[in-house]
Design a protein around this ligand. Structure first.
Ligand SMILES: [Zn+2]
Length: 222
């Protein structure tokens, strides 16, 4: 079953390559370190709350400069060991969104696009949640077949339009409180689409938590 085996092999190969290739800091490129001390300081969580279209959104890091490089190295260049460096930030944001004593709330991960899943063979948000030791429910939201979520060249409005209807919730969530979990917040259209799909399935979406947000996302908060 090549379809089943391919992702596992891809991940195993990447691990083997990482073991033999020289490492450089994922943030600044300094040699011989996964992450250098000064970049590790930049990855320390600084949770920020904002409201995007009526939804409370908590993010832990600003997606720029070294932080952006580290997140890209994790997501796009398959440096899976960075999950351990980025996990604590996600966890801190979850703790702000759901302080001790909050009613039971499910964390639902935004799924990768089909092309992203094919290319990487692994799921960045769920892997990050595991490293953060927060229990996210994968597979609750799925991307509708035929809906591309490649949005890199689209502006805010176009992204929102392209996203609408792109996710589907596979379970009945009537009566459940839910927090949406994603890695990078840019225009907010992805978390809003996740919220729509979850609310259509009966959930009460109380917040979204993202590892990092672009400066644009902070300005767009209203
Ligand atoms: Zn560095």
């Amino acid at each position: 079953m090549p379809l089943v085996l391919r992702p596992a092999i891809a991940v195993a190969l990447r691990g083997a390559l990482a073991a033999v290739s020289p490492v450089s800091c994922a943030g600044c490129g300094a040699p011989d370190l996964e992450v250098c001390d000064s970049c590790r300081l930049l990855l320390r969580p600084r949770p920020v709350e904002a409201v995007h279209a009526g939804l409370r959104v908590v993010t832990a890091l600003r997606y720029e400069f070294e932080v952006r490089e580290a997140v890209l190295a994790y997501k796009q260049r398959g440096r899976l060991r960075l999950a351990a460096e980025l996990g604590p930030a996600l966890r801190a944001a979850v703790e702000v969104a759901l302080p001790a004593g909050s009613p039971p709330t499910a964390l639902v991960a935004v799924p990768p696009s089909p092309s992203g899943r094919r290319r990487r063979g692994w799921d960045p948000v769920t892997t990050l949640a595991r490293a953060a030791r927060v229990s996210a429910s994968p597979g609750v939201l799925v991307v509708r077949p035929g809906r591309s979520s490649s949005q890199k060249r689209l502006d805010r409005e176009q992204r929102a339009r392209a996203r609408r209807g792109s996710l589907r919730c596979r379970v009945d969530l009537t009566g459940h409180r839910v927090v949406v979990l994603d890695d990078v917040l840019t225009t907010g259209s992805t978390v809003q689409e996740a919220r729509r799909a979850l609310e259509d399935a009966g959930a009460e979406v109380v917040a979204a938590v993202c590892l990092a947000s672009t400066p644009l996302a902070s300005h767009a908060a209203s």
